[in-house]
Ligand binder design. Structure first.
Ligand SMILES: Cc1cc2nc3c(=O)[nH]c(=O)nc-3n(C[C@H](O)[C@H](O)[C@H](O)COP(=O)(O)OP(=O)(O)OC[C@H]3O[C@@H](n4cnc5c(N)ncnc54)[C@H](O)[C@@H]3O)c2cc1C
Length: 462
């Protein structure tokens, strides 16, 4: 058995592992080993459906050492007027080039693709079956959220012979053989599949959507990066905090956020109970609202050619329909745990939905700070989104993280100049004007009232 040693053993070559390693390369002289079951860097994206794109602007995604995309604003389509969203090939190329052009030539990263980490420093090749032993100073475990996607998960429903059920990966190829389509699941993936079908010219009346729950959605226009949108971004923050401060109860809160344009829902006749941070443009939400055959009877449990059995009832089905399985629960719902725990580092999001900057910041804190208590203070993780109450938790965590980071001038500077903060290298910050000052005042005044009220609302919600 081959044996070797390293400073950081990184389990997973997905976004978290790659970004952690990228930042450590920039800020330390550490040696690293990266191991992943998959054959190439990129994590879950390797098995993603071909029409997936980022749901957030490319500026917030990928590694800190290089841009993703060209900083273009889309001119056509449902994202027109907003910053580009990287396509699957762009995301994969980003991680592939990072590995080939930066990690491996550095001589400080060894990469074990198609290999499984078995624990206690043991790595087994899924090709040869050979094992190697790595001793390490620290282990960086990015498998905590156990991301599952439709092409690799096992559905929790059964289907009879003759019923066509596919993952979204097969949709572009199989769609031509069908005239009726059923989307299974309320996830962002189902939204993507619906959008793809509609954009391919399928009539909305030919699509049924089995949606156990409805979701509150983030309006992408309100979280645009860079100087050009800075004023709108801050105005959105002010409106968010003012709504949070004013709401009389949770229903009222979401109606206020919707009225302010911060959040959206696809069907305005239904009160959503879900919030997972899914982000859409207004045009995408309006497009999806043209699908009106919505089945809201819980999760599907069995599909027969002529009927669909769900948690709360049975509905007739068209035997010629194509079922698109979008039911994979993307993330395991696990509690937030300390990021730094002895020799173990568990990267998690430090701000709701902020995946990449969180991974980079955790590496920065690991490289630049001493003492586990301080490191965990600076890197307090948030739970992933699921229920609408998680919007309140994210907002409280966001304010708390902002306050902790603001206490440390060096960290504030580091975040402000990092490319994942949304500003391109060398991009000038907007000048302070009476208008920007007025927005800052609104934020300053609303923030404490928002914190108090959100805590009250969460307490009342149990
Ligand atoms: C469809 C979709 C769209 C998304 N869009 C965005 C977006 O626009 N913006 C954004 O910020 N986030 C987005 N996300 C969030 C997403 O979670 C992150 O972007 C990121 O890709 C997650 O990376 P990860 O490293 O946590 O997980 P993964 O990509 O799952 O990588 C973990 C890797 O660890 C490997 N692994 C686990 N255990 C072992 C083991 N024992 N041995 C060997 N290997 C192991 C797995 O094989 C896997 O490749 C999206 C997520 C999905 C599912």
């Amino acid at each position: 058995m081959e044996t070797s040693s390293t400073d950081y053993l990184i389990v997973g070559a997905g976004a978290l592992g790659m970004i952690f390693a990228d930042q450590m390369l920039s800020e330390s002289d550490a040696d690293m080993v990266i191991v992943d079951r998959r054959a190439a860097p990129g994590g879950h994206w390797i098995d993603a459906y071909p029409f997936v794109r980022l749901h957030l602007p490319s500026a917030y995604y990928g590694a800190g050492s290089r841009d993703l995309g060209t900083g273009r604003i889309d001119e056509a389509g449902h994202n027109a007027g907003l910053y580009e969203l990287a396509s699957l090939p762009e995301i994969l190329a980003h991680f592939d080039r990072l590995m080939r052009e930066r990690f491996l030539p550095s001589g400080r990263v060894r990469y074990f693709p198609r290999s499984e980490y078995l624990g206690e420093g043991r790595i087994r090749s899924l090709v040869s079956g050979e094992e190697s032993q790595v001793t390490y100073r620290k282990i960086v475990d990015t498998s905590y959220f156990d991301i599952r996607i439709p092409s690799t998960h096992t559905p929790s429903f059964s289907a009879e012979e003759g019923v066509a059920v596919i993952p979204p990966n097969a949709l572009p190829e199989r769609a031509k053989d069908f005239r009726r389509f059923v989307l299974l699941g309320a996830s962002k993936t189902a939204m993507d599949a619906g959008t793809w079908l509609l954009q391919a010219g399928v009539d909305p009346s030919a699509i049924r959507w089995v949606r156990p729950r409805d979701s509150w959605l983030i309006n992408r226009a309100t979280i645009q990066p860079g100087a050009r949108f800075q004023m709108a971004f801050s105005a959105n923050q002010a409106a968010t905090l003012e709504a949070a401060a004013a709401a009389s109860d949770i229903d009222d809160l979401f109606l206020l956020l919707e009225a302010a344009g911060v959040l959206m829902r696809i069907d305005r006749s239904v009160t959503p109970t879900m919030f997972r941070g899914a982000t859409l443009s207004q045009g995408e939400a309006e497009l999806l609202a043209t699908i009106t055959d919505i089945v809201r009877l819980g999760h599907v449990t069995h599909i027969a050619p002529d009927r669909l059995t769900l948690d709360q009832g049975v509905v007739a089905a068209n035997p010629d329909a194509l079922y698109i399985d979008c039911t994979a629960m993307a993330f395991a719902r696990r509690p937030a745990i300390p990021v730094f725990d002895g020799e173990r580092i568990t990267p998690q999001t430090l701000r709701g939905g902020v995946v990449c900057l969180s991974a980079a910041l955790i590496a920065h804190v690991e490289a630049a700070y001493e003492g586990e208590a301080l490191k965990n203070h600076l890197c307090t993780p948030v739970t992933l989104g699921e229920d609408r109450e998680d919007w309140l938790r994210w907002t409280l965590a966001d304010i708390a993280a902002g306050a902790r980071w603001a206490e440390d001038a060096d960290l504030r500077k580091w975040i402000g100049s990092h490319r994942l903060s949304g500003f391109r290298a060398g991009e000038a910050r907007p000048e302070t004007t009476d208008e920007t000052r007025a927005i800052s005042d609104r934020i300053r005044i609303a923030r404490p009232a928002a914190v108090a009220n959100l805590r009250r609302l969460l307490g009342a919600a149990g």
